[in-house]
Design a protein around this ligand. Sequence first.
Ligand code: FAD
Length: 296
Amino acid sequence: MNATLLTGSAPTRARFSFEVFPARSGAAALALGNSVQHLSAAGPDFISVTYGANGSHRDASLDLLAYLRDHTDALPLAHLTTVGESREVIRETIHRILDAGIHDFLALRGDPPRGSDEASPLVAGSLSALELTELISEARAERPAFTSVGRTAVAAYPNGHPLSQGQSADIDWLLAKEAAGAQFAITQLFFRAEEYLSFADAARTAGLRMPLLPGLMPVSTSGQLRKVASLAGRPAPVLLERSLEEAGGYAPELGVEHTISLARELLAGGAPSIHLYTFNRHEQVLAVLGELDLLG
Ligand code: FAD
């Protein structure tokens, strides 16, 4: 797998982007304001803002996007989910975001709300990410000419989504999202480069053309490592797990080290860019990028 296979053209220098989520308290908002300044100064391709994840308030996402738009140089990218919302409300939300001058989206079905799961009727009856991708394209087409220029991203799952019926069905679904208008995909978290590289290879062989950005998170705590393992659908690397435990459950430098070596393998294997889940902190992700020589 090389860069040309994933991007269509060989990049000169690897690129990067960040994910943040709305703060849950005033103090956290102050800290986040400081962190996004540092993240923006690093020159990312975009900073994405989660939507309704872990029960967070959806308007808080729009506030954070507006903050990025008004107070940083970074391009804000809006995660948007469909779960529990009607087609009409989603359409209005897309226009509200476009009206706010945010043109780029990550189109998602969304996490099941607290107390429900993937099988609950509320979740199963929600529009899929594919339908949302189509709705975003339709909304852009309704805007005055030249005023909507953004891109749509979608999610991909190197180790399979909980609803997955196997890798080839997942890849078919990703291809369908591309055909519906997605221009790039961001992956769920994973621990081993091979998981991304073999998925990217299989997707490319099946005809995927859009860039597939690997999602990486430098964990600081044993709790975060467990959460990532559950999202990744694979056990955490034993050495990382043990070293974190021996350090008393908190050792940001271990997550940074692991992410640096994972990112090196991914970029050497042809990943076009890396997308860093920041956990609303700038120190670890900037340490990763500094070590990879991607800053400045
Ligand atoms: P979809 O693409 O609609 O479907 C998910 C999976 O279901 C597919 O991969 C496939 O396995 C299966 N599937 C569905 N329909 C079909 C079909 N017709 N044929 C075959 N297979 C099908 N959640 C939030 O609530 N807020 C966020 O901000 C957020 N950000 C995220 C960012 C990233 C990068 C990722 C990877 C996930 C994020 N999530 C977020 C979680 C995401 O919403 C959940 O994983 C959700 O369960 C699936 O969303 P999706 O957009 O991948 O769904």
